[in-house]
Ligand binder design. Sequence first.
Ligand code: TXA
Ligand code: MG
Length: 332
Amino acid sequence: MILDGQQASSIQAAAQALAQGRLLGLPTETVYGLAADSDNDAAVAQIFAAKGRPANHPLIVHVANAQAITRYAQEVPLFAQQLIDAFWPGPLTVILPRLPGAANASTGGQDSVGLRCPSHPVAQAVLKACQQLTPPVWGVSAPSANPFGRVSPTTAQHVAAEFGDDLLVLDGGACAVGIESTIVDCTRGVPVLLRPGAITRDDIERACGQRPLSKEELSTQAPRASGTLLAHYAPNAKVRLMETRQLQAALDILGPDAPALAIYHRSPLRSTARQLQLRAMPASAADAARQLFGDLRALDALGVPLIWVETPPDSADWEGVRDRLQRAAAAG
Ligand code: TXA
Ligand code: MG
């Protein structure tokens, strides 16, 4: 059932559902989440079951404000605090040392916990309403509301289409950011970028004075993170990333009888192919992120076996979009 997230009664119904151990489709500024009370292990287990997600892939705990951190994290390093001050509420997840016993099922018993304070007004309203319940719900665990490995949802309708009418979904409109939060591991003494997003490496460096390392730059194994699995965000069609020239050359060779295929492109392309479906990628990184998952769904819905994607620019602001496209391509 989809409820209007603008209505105060919907917010109360959502908070009650969470307190009763039920699942909720929750809009955030990044993507929609499949939410449950972080401290209710049985409810959190239902998230894993509904998504078909392996139990050893930890979930992010969403909080109403930075004060709630102390319920879940043992300590906050200075650079993590600087990132929180700069970007919360917003599309940033920090991994911190976990307070023993907190959010057990969400973290899969790991000694760290991922925390995020979303800025979407509906998410904020739900988290605040949760804090005001007796007893309060301090944290809401929410992975993206898609079956494991599939494209993330950016509208309430995407969520309802995946999980059916029994799930309570709050409609908060189309997500403004469109790709999942930037994840920074703050448990290693220096910031480590686990997942790129709208908050870029440059933004992180400006806020805390340190350029984040990449996972690959760490000698030790980073904690498992499904958003960091290579084959993720997969449409049904095979996705292939191609440079502009490669793309044009392939179209020239194929000519008018090219097989049915869709192209998600940035540059103007020439082709005589009869079965070609073109879709333009927005020119700015922020617009491209906002539309990415919806466009992948729309391209997939064309029923073509192949989607060729023109590789986005190699700059910091495009890193999140590039990352999601590389994973969609790896899945094929
Ligand atoms: O934007 C977002 O972050 C969305 C919205 C709903 O908030 N949520 C989201 O959740 O993308 P999910 O579960 O699809 O991705 C969360 C990522 C996973 O890759 C997970 O493994 C990682 O965060 N993660 C969570 N806790 C972690 C921890 N303690 N250590 C390392 N990675 C962690
Ligand atoms: Mg996900």
